[in-house]
Design a protein around this ligand. Sequence first.
Ligand SMILES: Nc1ncnc2c1ncn2[C@@H]1O[C@H](COP(=O)(O)OP(=O)(O)OP(=O)(O)O)[C@@H](O)[C@H]1O
Ligand SMILES: CC(=O)N[C@H]1[C@@H]2OC[C@@H](O2)[C@@H](O)[C@@H]1O[C@H](C)C(=O)O
Length: 398
Amino acid sequence: MNPQIEKLYQIGLKKERFIIGLMSGTSLDGLDIALCRIENAGKTTKISLEKFITMDYEEIFRTKVREIFAKRTIDQQLLSGLNAYIGITHANLINQALKSWRISAAEIDCIASHGQTVYHAPQSLTKDLNWPNSTLQIGDGDHIAMHTGIITLSDFRQKHIAAGGEGAPLAAYGDYLLFSHPTENRFLLNIGGISNFTFIPSHQSQLEAYATDLGPGNTMMNQYMKAHFDLEMDRDAGTAKKGSVNKDLLEQLLAEEFLALPFPKTTGPELFNLTYLKEAQKRSDTVALPDEDVMATLNRFSAQAMINGIRRQAAGLPNVSVYISGGGLHNPLLFDGIKASLPDCKVESFASLGIDPDAKEAVLFALLANETLAGTRSNVEHIKDSPAVCMGKISLPE
Ligand SMILES: Nc1ncnc2c1ncn2[C@@H]1O[C@H](COP(=O)(O)OP(=O)(O)OP(=O)(O)O)[C@@H](O)[C@H]1O
Ligand SMILES: CC(=O)N[C@H]1[C@@H]2OC[C@@H](O2)[C@@H](O)[C@@H]1O[C@H](C)C(=O)O
């Protein structure tokens, strides 16, 4: 037998695995690296986050990814180059992180790599029924395996689509296994570029768990700050706090039909971008609005899309808790706006559940890899409208 296959088999049999989860989100701030110790699989999974770091990307990385990100027409040589380059870059960042933690590659069982989403194209988003659901994450797994010497699982979303899903969100699989609760009806709200929640009904409920995207999280605010101030984000909502919400623009932003669709659903910056904003400004006659007012309105738009989504699912349910993770947790205007509008819910940082809120998505991919290596499909068959499959392609380092 190929010794690497034998090694993989032995990893699958272990009671405890050390798995590095990677997330490179749409905000392009950096690579989240979460070293997890995971015991067992399925409902008896126990996970502890041993180390976590976000390794910042260099400006050239951001600039080059932005040249193809969420764009329909791109330079194919750049796409091909970035697929390899991102794989190598991620491997180098992992090697640096391991060195700083004084942990050797031999101590790690596998890497779980999300890759970099460059285009998300489920039919529900493209409205083009001539093509199947698709999504594209790049940063090749073979390159990561070869440059780290560690078995790598990658490209998780393809299997979800092949099995009938839309490729996103995947968070429900891990959230359901780790965070279901006897009495609380839980919303795990992640505010990344796009906002999404996993709804996990209490054990007393007959409802099913699912994850859904809600609308923009930080993406439109980030895009606006980049275009108008050449900044990566509206840090601490400094700009939005100086402006006021324009009701007409807000109404037009909220008019998008995606926001009214039933759950679960998925979206991306392919829809929620500056063109979308410009159209809403034209319709509301607010093209000349000051930047601060636009930012205040975009902030409120993101908050409102999340609030409306949570209210819709939470209506009539007792004991509702909302745990917030992702970079948007650090935007005080966003967090306070959400909390103030959900007075009947407990609204807290995801940190209350014992895991760093910035590490959540990277941890979830580590857990997906753990299920692929050691789980069974019955572990993940309780997710509404999502196929019960294990995900990720396996790259061997030899
Ligand atoms: N102090 C802060 N003030 C305002 N916004 C912040 C702050 N810190 C982080 N953010 C926002 O959070 C973003 C990063 O969030 P996160 O890393 O969760 O997104 P992502 O993982 O790239 O996105 P996705 O999950 O959609 O792929 C930043 O780009 C910024 O918009
Ligand atoms: C296509 C894609 O990369 N989608 C991401 C993105 O970031 C947030 C939201 O949009 C979510 O749908 C998804 O990520 C999380 C980790 C998920 O799959 O659950």
